[in-house]
Design a protein around this ligand. Structure first.
Ligand SMILES: Nc1ncnc2c1ncn2[C@@H]1O[C@H](COP(=O)(O)OP(=O)(O)OP(=O)(O)O)[C@@H](O)[C@H]1O
Ligand SMILES: [Mg+2]
Length: 221
């Protein structure tokens, strides 16, 4: 049996990791063969790339847009080759926290041309698409407040997270790109309102995931 490939996308703080945890626990209870992973950093080498992407370098140097883009796709290529494709070939359900749509939304909002994204996507994905993308949608003003609360609860070293107007504007553009992706790929993308309470979002996600798994031959009720 061919596996099922599900990604979860959305702006920061929209609840991706929370919902992925709930969904994976539900699928585990049902006894489904499962791989839960994330980008960037779904492999050992990918975690090195994640560190290079997300941690500020001591020199103060930052990645130029193209270098950053190539690092994201290097991470994705390794992840697809060593984790995602093998798991799908073994008939597993693969859940990924952020994937291609995040690159398109964030790097696109940073000014990378659509044609560059298309070429790298073709090289790395070779036509592979998620069967379902859960896209959690909400306004970044609220989602970034959630991130602030979360980061404060994680400890003082993360407490410096005030988002200024320029950052908010960037996140609004990211959201709009996610919305455009959902509109252009209505069969793949399930757009889910993410401001609702966790249980309500979870129920909305399950309404989209359960039929997909049933169709793929997994026994879920
Ligand atoms: N539906 C919800 N209502 C209220 N709070 C929520 C909801 N979902 C998640 N949260 C809380 O909001 C914070 C951000 O959630 P989470 O870390 O799951 O988001 P994320 O989309 O994975 O963020 P990031 O993009 O930074 O990885 C967490 O503290 C989480 O507990
Ligand atoms: Mg997360």
């Amino acid at each position: 049996m061919q596996g099922v490939f599900i990604t979860i996308e959305g702006v920061e703080g929209s609840g991706k990791s929370t919902q992925l945890l709930h969904l994976s626990e539900r699928l585990r209870r049902l006894g489904l063969p499962l791989v839960v992973t994330k980008e960037p950093g779904g492999t050992a080498l990918g975690r090195e790339i994640r560190r290079l992407l997300l941690e500020r370098h001591g020199s103060g140097e930052t990645w130029c847009a193209e270098a950053e883009l190539l690092l994201f796709y290097a991470d994705r290529a390794q992840h697809l080759e060593t984790v995602i494709r093998p798991a799908l070939a073994e008939g597993k359900v693969v859940l990924v926290d952020r994937f291609e749509d995040s690159t398109r939304a964030y790097q696109g909002a940073s000014g990378v041309a659509e044609s560059s994204l298309d070429r790298l996507s073709e090289l790395v994905l070779r036509g592979l698409r998620p069967h379902l993308t859960i896209m959690l949608d909400m306004d970044p003003e609220t989602s970034l407040q959630r991130v602030e609360v979360r980061n404060l609860s994680l400890g003082a070293e993360f407490a410096e997270t005030r988002f200024d107007e320029a950052e908010l504007d960037f996140h609004r553009r990211v959201r709009n790109r996610f919305l455009a992706i959902a509109q252009n790929h209505p069969n793949r993308v399930a757009l889910i309102p993410a401001r609702d309470p966790v249980d309500q979002v979870e129920a909305a996600i399950w309404l989209r995931v359960a039929p997909l798994l049933r169709n793929a031959g997994f026994g879920v009720d």
